[in-house]
Write a protein that binds this ligand. Structure first.
Ligand SMILES: Nc1ncnc2c1ncn2[C@@H]1O[C@H](COP(=O)(O)OP(=O)(O)O)[C@@H](O)[C@H]1O
Ligand SMILES: [Mg+2]
Length: 263
């Protein structure tokens, strides 16, 4: 189980996280939604121990990760697989070397074992036999899937995805979403998926958490989120800008524009 307690973080003079509380149960898929720049990636970085809380704590299987030594933290990180927005493959390395990269830290595997693991993980993501190819030979969606094979190479307990479908067309997005669901079921991993795409959220989520102005605005099942009366939640899931957001972008609000048209 993973638990975030009263997490606060300021960055660049901005109080980004203002008391985030969130529990992620074993084996569930939690989708984190929220506007661009609201702190979703910052939250993920705290879970990975890449950023330290100003206040509050992160507990993984009951252990406060801020209290761990570097060596212990390294051990905890081994439990995580991560898929970033950019697939971040090494261009000069073959697909096989990219996938087995995560295994090289576990020196326990022989070359033959590594080869077998790579083949198996590429099969899981639907790309059998591409070991000898280079990232430059792959489409955007294939790169994402290779990155996913790498994320699952060392059999993680947690899979974190940061905007996994951004930049992909709707069909390829759906392939990635299906894979996220499949990995959750077959590998029994606990998944945390950051996205601003509600279609993806609906497909993947056991539960959805919305980050808004530094705290969790709603944490509920997809059906409950869609039925929410909270205007902030409703606006986000319907993709509508608020009057303030319109003003920020256009310099005037819809109401003011209407008045201008009348006059
Ligand atoms: N390393 C950093 N230094 C300064 N500001 C940062 C840093 N990382 C993130 N921020 C700021 O924190 C806010 C949240 O960023 P982020 O978590 O990346 O947003 P998103 O929800 O889009 O993932 C943004 O205003 C961003 O500019
Ligand atoms: Mg982000």
């Amino acid at each position: 189980m993973l638990e975030i307690r009263n997490l606060h973080k300021s960055l660049g003079g901005k109080h980004v996280l203002r008391g985030v509380n969130l529990v992620v149960e074993k084996g569930e898929a939690l989708v984190v939604i929220g506007g661009s720049g609201c702190g979703k990636s910052v939250m993920l970085k705290h879970i990975l121990g890449l950023m330290k809380p100003d206040q509050g704590s992160i507990h993984i299987d009951g252990r406060d990760i801020a209290k761990l030594t570097e060596r212990e933290l390294y051990g905890v990180r081994q439990q995580f697989g991560m898929l970033f927005q950019a697939a971040a493959l090494f261009d000069s390395m073959t697909v096989a070397d990219n996938v087995s990269f995560a295994l090289d830290e576990h020196s326990k595997f022989s070359t033959a074992e590594k080869k077998e693991i790579v083949a198996k993980k590429l099969g899981i993501v639907g790309l059998p036999g591409v070991e000898k190819m280079f990232p430059a030979d792959l489409s955007g969606g294939m790169k994402k899937r290779v990155a996913l094979a790498r994320a699952i190479a060392a059999d993680p307990d947690f899979l974190l995805y940061d905007e996994p479908t951004t930049g992909l067309d709707p069909i390829m997005s759906d392939v990635i979403n299906e894979l996220i669901v499949k990995l959750k079921k077959t590998l029994k991993v606990t998944s945390i998926v950051v996205t601003h795409d509600m279609a993806s959220a609906r497909k993947i989520a056991d539960r959805i958490a919305m980050l808004h102005e530094g705290t969790i605005r709603i944490h509920a099942t997809p059906d409950e989120v869609y039925a929410s009366d909270d205007p902030i939640v409703k606006r986000f899931i319907n993709g509508q800008a608020s009057e303030e957001q319109m003003k920020e972008v256009w310099g005037y609000t819809a109401t003011q524009a209407g008045e201008g048209a009348k006059g």
